[in-house]
Design a protein around this ligand. Structure first.
Ligand code: IPE
Length: 267
């Protein structure tokens, strides 16, 4: 069995761990600590990827990085998301330290240093470090970032694209996107139980983009990434509310909560 069997990938949305409406980076400390405590109970192989929230979208928008690369804007935005990464890693390690070495040992991996895009899509990534981290009991923490792009100079890379790339490349067994909503909301305001490539059309008109500053496509962008993943790799993902107590823990323990994005039956 491969050393990466049973790998779980968890994305923490920027709107859960930061105040996404703020003009500057603001961490939602209490939420981050609660989530870090829930993650610390999980003992399997895990990669955490977090969004940029107000640490990234505000600057990306200010410098127009979604339209054209700007070196100064790229550096300012990268520096800002690294601050959030430090906050997430520190929160996770707080729980690792207090448990006699049993909790997570988190380490930051900044996409700017190990990934290259082409026209906004991931083209390559250095993965040997991630594999060794996982084999040696570390929890790599990646995040939405500014990365170099072979066509555009640089681009904004969302955590949603990172998680699907990693799930496919490292053959993850579970993928969860912890967002600020209960899942993909249907007409009645309740989370749709399941979306497949075949049923997506039904839902696509009312899956809204997120309310605050967002340069990476909101909920519709997430669903598209996850549908692509289930088409190419048959991996089922779950979009759930990480803002609700115990939901991260429940996802990590294997529960199908929120909206499942899965292959059509019979595939
Ligand atoms: C965005 O990452 C990256 C930058 C703006 C630099 P995400 O798209 O993953 O962030 P959230 O989850 O929407 O905040």
């Amino acid at each position: 069995m491969s050393a990466l069997s049973e790998l779980v990938i968890l994305k923490l949305g920027g709107s859960v761990i930061t105040d996404k409406g703020a003009d500057d980076g603001v961490v939602r400390e209490a939420e981050l600590l609660r989530i870090a405590r829930e993650v610390s109970e999980y003992r399997g192989k895990l990669i955490v990827v977090h969004g940029a929230g107000s640490f990234g979208h505000t600057y990306a928008k200010k410098y127009g990085l979604d339209r054209q690369f700007d070196p100064e804007g790229g550096i300012v935005t990268h520096k800002s998301v690294k601050k959030l990464s430090t906050a997430v890693v520190d929160a996770l390690n707080r729980f690792g330290e207090g448990r006699g070495g049993e909790g997570p040992r988190a380490v930051a991996v900044h996409p700017m240093g190990c990934m290259v895009c082409k026209n906004g899509r991931i083209e390559s990534m250095y993965l040997d470090n991630l594999r060794l981290m996982l084999e040696n009991g570390l929890v790599p923490v990646l995040h939405g970032d500014v990365v170099m792009d072979s066509e555009l100079g640089g681009c904004i890379l969302s955590g949603d694209q990172i998680v699907t790339y990693l799930a496919k490349t490292l053959k993850a067994s579970r993928l969860g996107l912890g967002s600020a909503a209960d899942g993909v909301l249907g007409m009645d305001g309740k989370a749709v139980h399941e979306i497949t490539p075949g049923t997506f059309e039904e839902f696509s008109h009312y899956i809204g983009a997120s309310e605050n500053t967002d340069v990476t496509g909101g909920m519709l962008g997430k669903v598209r990434e996850l549908l692509e993943l289930c088409k190419t790799s048959c991996i089922t993902s779950h979009i759930f509310n990480a803002g609700k107590a115990d939901y991260v823990h429940r996802f990590l323990e294997g529960e199908a909560i929120g909206t499942s994005i899965c292959p059509d039956k019979g595939n």
